[in-house]
Ligand binder design. Sequence first.
Ligand code: NAD
Length: 435
Amino acid sequence: MKSHADWKALSESLTLNGQAYINGSFQAAVSGETFPSINPATEAKLADIASCDQADVDIAVENALQTFRSGVWSEMAPKERKNVLLKLADLIEQHQDEFAVLDTMDMGKSISEMVAIDVPDTIDCFRWTAECIDKVYGEIAPTAPGTMALISHEPVGVVAAITPWNYPLMMVAWKVAPALAAGNSVVLKPSEKACLSALRLAELATEAGVPDGVFNVLPGFGHTAGKALALHHDVHVLAFTGSTRVAGMLMEYAGQSNMKRVWLEAGGKSPNLIFDDCDDIKAAAATSAAAIFSNQGEVCIACSRIYVQKGVKEEFIAALTEAAARFQPGDPLDPNTNMGPMVDEAQLDTVRRYVQSGVEEGGTLLCGGEPEYVEGQGFFAKPTIIADANNEMTFVKEEIFGPVLAVCEFETEEEAIELANDSQYGLGAAIWTSN
Ligand code: NAD
């Protein structure tokens, strides 16, 4: 395992490229516009990022379409396409430390999570989908004699992928690997808040043998590059992960343009139910703390609403507060750090606003609630627990996407289920019971 000093040295040695990646090479945005990528732990500028917009989208989509039609990738023999994606997985593995550092610097996730989760999961995702290429078969439908009906898997054409910043590399892999495996051409718009690993991935894809024009990356903002992609008539599928608000907008954009297929993964406010008959309250408390404070709470399935049954409430809250104290914001490049900074100042402000509203609406602040500075800088938030909460409170209803946990009480199982399901979201849930 590398030391803090090793990771710091690696972070300082990298050459970061924030240009768009179109047709197999790095390019400035047509407008020449850039915006800065800021390291949220140090507030230092990492790179100038190309601010792509409609003009870049038109070029990238046209390239992707022509490449798709040429068959150079879409009609490549399955075994060959598989080998290219397996080679890409190998290249990611060879550069695993570099990828770990890129996302840690770009969005603040702890290096230990990058090493344990994001990078290995990305490699697995490419390997798994690559292996599907020559192993997922079509079907023959049952028909009357003299008729033959075949069901086969075909690429759709140009897939636009729009991704969030909370697992920058992994979210990109989950979209791009299957789309490429199926033979599509891809235009990816990663989050403006963390796009460096996506750009490096595209460069390695070329090295692995993905033909030029098949995998393009356009950094830029949602209302410019993202919207232009979503409204584009030559985009056939839109694959999105991000907030519920933007997910709804993308459905509208599809309707306003070519009714492209839209696949959405959106936000969450997941409940975590602790019953009186839970036989290990300490384990429940430790896991519940990890379920909201890991990755600074910037997790779609973060269990941000706890419903605890009256009989174990006091014992559980004491154990939970103790478990929360083990999450301490620190330099994310330190392998001992289990909480990095929030992705940016705006996200830290969002956390502050929700904590304030929770207290104003009657909640009891048990811990946290303030920003924290590591070596005098950065956008760090402390793990925060607000008890005496209920479903009428704004901070219990809305996704915060930060390390803020609401603790509510219930008496009966029926009440618990009703409270848990009383949400506009549906993504994850946890239950602690021995029955
Ligand atoms: P976001 O919705 O603000 O942004 C996501 C992406 O959409 C970004 O690339 C952004 O630039 C783009 N975008 C924004 N406005 C757009 C527009 N008008 N047109 C087209 N594109 C636009 O979300 P975020 O802040 O990046 O990520 C956090 C959200 O993602 C949370 O709600 C979280 O729950 C969700 N998320 C969900 C999952 C899941 O699997 N369900 C996984 C991770 C994150």
